[in-house]
Design a protein around this ligand. Structure first.
Ligand SMILES: [Zn+2]
Ligand SMILES: [Zn+2]
Length: 173
């Protein structure tokens, strides 16, 4: 264990040189299993190399370059697409939600719960209509919510890009 720590410390103390552009400045990653002076690479240099050579593996150690999905910086995020249909959906969602609240408040006002659940009386005719309307609205609102939720999740997913990262095996060594 001790020599491994020493080795990794020595490795990190060596001046990092990008194996593509030979520069010693900038933040570098160690995306494959290569060690020592061959390990460090600028992410941009690797991007360029991979797009030009179409090689997904390191030709020296034959290991795939480690990648992970990362969020882009906020200023590079795409603007959310606000369409008329989306506005309509949000408006319907809010309207249906308020209507459900309104129906429930009327039921509570008329001591609906007390009458039906405590005393066990059957609901009055008008209550049945309200319950059915509330149920329909609830189903409709759940549908709208699930579509909106998918849209929001999809939007955030589009703000993520595949980035090269340090090979997890590098730090395990
Ligand atoms: Zn470089
Ligand atoms: Zn390698």
């Amino acid at each position: 264990m001790a020599p491994a720590i020493l080795e990794s410390l020595l490795g990190r103390n060596e001046r990092a040189v990008c194996r593509i552009c030979q520069s010693e400045t900038g933040i570098m990653i160690r995306p494959c299993a290569c060690a020592g002076t061959m390990a460090d690479i600028h992410e941009n240099c690797l991007n360029e190399w991979v797009s030009r050579s179409k090689a997904e593996k390191c030709e020296i150690c034959k290991e795939s370059y480690a990648q992970a999905k990362r969020f882009r910086p906020i200023r590079e995020w795409t603007k959310p697409e606000i369409t008329f249909r989306l506005c309509l959906m949000v408006a319907s969602y809010i309207c249906a939600y308020l209507s459900i609240l309104n129906i429930l408040s009327i039921c509570a006002e008329r001591k609906f719960f007390d009458r039906v659940f405590v005393r066990g009386y059957p609901p009055r005719g008008a209550d049945w209509v309200r319950i059915v309307i509330a149920a329909i609205l609830l189903i409709m609102d759940s549908c709208i919510f699930s579509i909106l939720f998918d849209k929001i999740v999809g939007y955030f997913a589009r703000q993520r890009v595949l980035r090269f990262i340090d090979n997890p095996n590098q730090s395990a060594k």
